[in-house]
Design a protein around this ligand. Structure first.
Ligand code: HEC
Length: 114
């Protein structure tokens, strides 16, 4: 009992902490995000730092980004018309799937970069 409680507390601390930059980076890599994104440099997709700066002013920025990670961008994604260039972010159906906890971790990390 004690051991499993400790394990849960550790797991929750891990999930709740935006400070685990290294493990989130590994996650971003495992989910193929880094194929198109870089932390500092705009590539096929905008850099994560660029995204952080652009969304810092949005009140719902965190939720919007979590949603976009699932839906991708563009007219079919039902998202705001806002976009970075001529390339869309593809929807989750054609990428490695990401669950809500993972998407939230990714967004907290991205938003911490500004
Ligand atoms: C095939 C290339 C590709 C992959 C893979 C990809 N993205 Fe993107 N992403 C893009 C492009 C392109 C944009 C800019 C979209 C636009 O301008 O409409 C973007 C935009 C974003 C945005 C900002 C959305 C906005 O509207 O400003 C976030 C956040 C993001 N990506 C996160 C991720 C995460 C997290 C992953 C991995 C789960 C990922 N992306 C995988 C290409 C990709």
């Amino acid at each position: 009992m004690k051991i499993s409680q400790t394990a849960i507390v550790i797991a929750l601390a891990f999930l709740a902490s935006p400070a685990h930059g290294e493990s989130v980076k590994a996650l971003l890599k495992a989910k193929d995000c880094m194929v198109c994104h870089d932390v500092k440099k705009d590539r096929i997709g905008p850099s994560f730092r660029h995204i952080a700066m652009s969304f810092a002013g949005f009140q719902n920025g965190r939720l919007m980004l979590i949603n976009i990670i699932h839906t991708g961008t563009g007219p079919d994604a039902g998202e705001m018309p806002y976009h970075w260039g001529s390339t869309r972010m593809p929807p989750e159906a054609v990428r490695v799937p990401v669950d809500d906890v993972e998407a939230a971790q990714m967004v907290d990390y991205i938003l911490s970069l500004k």
